[in-house]
Design a binder for this molecule. Structure first.
Ligand code: NAD
Length: 368
């Protein structure tokens, strides 16, 4: 099972190294049969090769069983014509990673910022919507007819809506069996009606899963006020992007949420946060988001290849993270703790070593 690792910009190399350390330990202890290859991307290759995403890296990702993508400093990239390719968008579209799955879960002992704790998953459509860099076959979905007027195109398709809804209902079936579709049909009447039409069709195929709908604005408020009522939330690209950041932050912190981009054939682990250039190279980055994303990737591979040992590895990562976050002495500075990236990762590996030694057979993974 081969993983392509793309460390990215800013804190990317530090948190990717931490993630690899955890995965290599699991590989050694559980004999998972993993191999890894690092590939440079981002500002490093822009300077060296004139592009943030060399063609060879895209090809390597296509061939890999799993991809681990570090955060990228998109805001510092030049235009595409000058080599500034949005790596994340390119891989999501190029490998048809249509579902961005983002769990948000509060932890015992760690403060949550919403009024209530939460344990939910946001399933965000990843390849269309308002994203001008990925919703056109040719050209860009934004243009200026006059110097003082800018227009953005939003793309919603029946097939795109149907498959993301199916992914959400399948995830709900393995959880608390409830799906909430989030929309803005009172204003965006045509494309939101198409999105909901498809989600409702899928809902009929899952009579064992409760289904409800919620306007995006009230959803934003309910996440703060009454998050336990939600289990799986399915929505379009931009609503999902914003809601998932809100949910992660409310659950305890943006640095805590894992995330995968998944399609029918490929899966990519990617932290929810950005490249944090303000703390890059200082051993202050919290690697939890990317490490939990890697655990989600292991779970995805476990289902795809019927590999129970991969799910066991994912559960070990999740349990080790929970144990460290529960204790203020083993947190990183963003959570008020004192452990640097490397010390936190070493502590995580110590926990994994203990679990392997005890080999708790009943560990159940919580990630999707
Ligand atoms: P950011 O998420 O990088 O940082 C916001 C704040 O959170 C900063 O104070 C940062 O230090 C802190 N932070 C983020 N991740 C952290 C971690 N793991 N541990 C500790 N602290 C952490 O957002 P930003 O500053 O708005 O963006 C910086 C760059 O990242 C920009 O170029 C932006 O385009 C890019 N970005 C990339 C992605 C991605 O690759 N998926 C997502 C969002 C932003």
């Amino acid at each position: 099972m081969h993983f392509a690792v793309l460390p990215g910009d800013g804190i990317g190399p530090e948190i990717s190294a931490a993630t690899l350390q955890a995965l290599e330990l699991l590989d050694a202890k559980l004999a998972l049969g993993l191999t890894f290859a690092n590939h440079d991307i981002g500002l490093l290759t822009l300077k060296r090769d004139g592009t943030t995403l060399p063609r060879s890296v895209l090809d390597a990702c296509r061939k890999a069983d799993g991809i681990i993508l570090g955060p990228l400093s998109h805001s510092d990239y030049p235009a595409r014509a000058q080599g500034g390719i949005n790596v994340s968008a390119e891989l999501r579209v190029g490998l048809d990673l249509f579902g961005n799955i983002r769990p948000a879960r509060s932890r015992t002992g760690l403060p949550h910022w919403g009024r209530t704790p939460m344990d939910l998953v946001i399933v965000r459509e990843n390849t269309e919507g308002f994203y001008s860099d990925r919703n056109m076959h040719w050209g860009v979905g934004e243009f200026m007819p006059t110097p003082d007027m800018a227009l953005s195109v939003r793309k919603i398709t029946a097939s795109g809506s149907h498959r993301i809804a199916k992914m959400a209902f399948e995830i709900a079936r393995a959880r608390r069996r409830k799906v909430t579709a989030v929309h803005k049909i009172n204003v965006i009447k045509v494309s939101e009606a198409l999105f909901l039409r498809e989600v409702r069709k899928v809902a009929q195929d899952f009579p064992d899963v409760r289904y409800e709908e919620q306007l995006i604005d009230s959803m934003a408020a309910l996440l703060v006020r009454d998050a336990p009522r939600f289990d799986v939330v399915v929505t379009t690209n931009m609503f999902g992007d914003i809601l998932s950041d809100e949910a992660s932050e409310l659950s305890g912190g943006l640095g805590l949420g894992g995330s995968i981009n998944a399609g029918d054939t490929h899966c990519m682990a990617q932290a929810q946060h950005g490249s944090a250039p303000d703390i890059a190279g200082q051993d202050r980055a919290n690697p939890v988001s990317l490490i939990l994303s890697a655990a989600m990737l292991l779970n995805w591979l476990s289902r795809k290849h019927q590999r129970a040992d991969f799910a066991q590895g994912a559960a070990m990562i999740e349990n080790a993270v929970d144990a460290l976050l529960a204790d203020p002495a083993t947190r990183t500075p963003d959570l008020g703790g004192r452990l640097g990236t490397m010390a936190f990762t070493n502590a995580l590996c110590d926990h994994i070593n203990i679990m392997v030694a005890e080999r708790t057979p009943t560990l159940i993974s919580r990630s999707s």
